[in-house]
Design a binder for this molecule. Structure first.
Ligand SMILES: [Zn+2]
Length: 100
């Protein structure tokens, strides 16, 4: 395991914590990969149970992570599982998934 790569993964995880702690007013977040400001995120899931997954990505270098089985906060706009793939792709770009 490349140590540096592992650190970048944990930096992405800490960004998620920051998003959860600051919703609905998430400050501009720095990308662990390219260091630009402007991390974006989207929750997708079951709007009744509020469980789903979360995509977090950098719109500049198109790196990010995907977390499954997360709690969807009430303070964020989430897509339901019924949302079409086309609709989701308009919101979430194809990005490279950073692995632990
Ligand atoms: Zn980036």
């Amino acid at each position: 395991m490349n140590k540096n790569r592992k650190n970048i993964y944990y930096e992405w995880i800490s960004i998620i914590t920051e998003i959860y702690n600051n919703l609905p007013d998430v400050p501009a977040l720095t990308c662990p990969n390219c260091h630009k400001l402007g991390i974006d995120f989207q929750f997708i899931g079951d709007l009744q149970t509020k469980i789903g997954y979360m995509a977090i990505w950098c719109p500049f270098c198109l790196h990010g992570i995907h977390l499954s089985r997360v709690r969807i906060p009430d303070t964020t706009q989430a897509f339901s599982f019924d949302t079409s793939a086309e609709e989701i792709s308009k919101r979430i770009p194809n990005f490279i998934h950073v692995k632990p």
